[in-house]
Design a protein around this ligand. Structure first.
Ligand code: FMN
Length: 299
């Protein structure tokens, strides 16, 4: 077993659509660097499959999509060459937290990693502001950003002290997670129906930044293929807001992410400067926000 003192190199691999998981990955990198550990950090993208580095610890982070990891994460794991029991921490990043129906969201990724001979030693859910269906209240959102460094610090403490943390998904959530895999087919459908409106100035931002390499410029217009993973990056990130959902419009937030100014998380931080948010208990009411409340109030 790799001991704490033997951890000399850490690899962080992350998938992020709209920037939250990228923020979490940066926070891990800063915390590890602060402790003198060199980190190789790479974003999981369509054309960026595994590079064969020999790390002592792999930290895999992904945005939760429909109670699972996005398809691109599975493809990435399947592309791994296989590891001799390299320890892995699997960190999921969601808007809802560790509640039903989310608790089995890491399971398929873990099974795939174990098939590749990785040793999954740690699991944890990080909660970030939601980027779909229901917007997180600004007060809760800023609390989530404020608490992130200390959450990451605790995880890094655990990892370096070789604390093993595996969770047991609820049976009902295993079922939800299976059903949620249908989102992958829905994502292709969503992608096929994306539309470009008259505001498009053919800048090519979407084609350059698509997480799944699903957008190409044809006759100077974005053209959408069959590989969409529904990460919403193109819709929120388009500098002209020229990309619209043709189906499942309800999942796109009206006051959505604005990636062109950096991540909207920065805009949120600016907006909330000097504002004292209400108590978590008052902000996170109802089952939908139960996981966020528990996350913010846990020790
Ligand atoms: C297609 C899609 C499905 C999602 N499914 C879930 C979910 O099942 N549970 C949840 O808590 N959050 C869900 N979310 C919210 C994201 O997990 C959350 O906003 C995450 O922080 C996004 O990370 P990113 O900004 O790195 O892409 C979903 C988001 C998208 C776009």
């Amino acid at each position: 077993m790799t001991s704490a003192s033997q951890i000399k190199t850490v690899k962080i691999a992350y998938f992020s659509g709209t920037g939250s998981t990228a923020r979490v990955a940066d926070t891990f990198e800063n915390e590890l660097n602060r402790r003198g550990l060199p980190v190789t950090k790479s974003q999981i993208r369509g054309r960026n499959l595994y590079s064969d580095e020999k790390e002592d610890l792999l930290i895999l982070l992904f945005a939760v999509h429909a109670f699972n990891a996005p398809r691109i994460v599975y493809q990435w794991i399947d592309s791994l060459p296989g590891a001799k029991k390299i320890p892995v921490a699997v960190i999921s990043v969601s808007g809802g937290g560790e509640i039903t129906p989310n608790t089995a969201c890491r399971l398929s990724s873990i099974r795939r990693l174990e098939r590749k001979n990785y040793r999954v030693v740690y699991e944890k859910m990080i909660v970030m502001p939601s980027n779909w269906v229901m917007k997180t209240d600004d007060g809760l959102a800023i609390r989530l950003l404020d608490v992130l460094p200390s959450k990451v610090k605790l995880i890094v403490d655990d990892l370096l002290e070789r604390v093993v943390r595996r969770t047991r998904p609820k049976l009902i959530d295993r079922v939800f997670s299976r059903i949620g895999e249908m989102e992958k087919t829905g994502a292709r459908f969503f992608g096929r129906n994306l539309r470009v409106n008259a505001k498009c100035n053919s800048c090519g931002w979407c084609a350059k930044n698509c997480s799944a390499d699903n957008i190409i410029m044809l006759d100077n217009k974005p053209t959408f293929g069959e590989k969409c993973i529904l990460c919403l990056k193109c819709i929120y990130g388009c500098p002209k807001q020229a990309i619209e959902a043709g189906t499942l419009k309800f999942i796109v937030l009206k006051e959505g992410y604005d990636l062109k100014e950096g991540y909207d998380l920065k805009a949120l931080e600016k907006r909330m400067q000097g504002v004292h948010p209400a108590l978590v208990e008052d902000l996170a009411k109802g089952y939908i926000w139960k996981g966020v409340k528990e996350y913010l109030l846990e020790d």
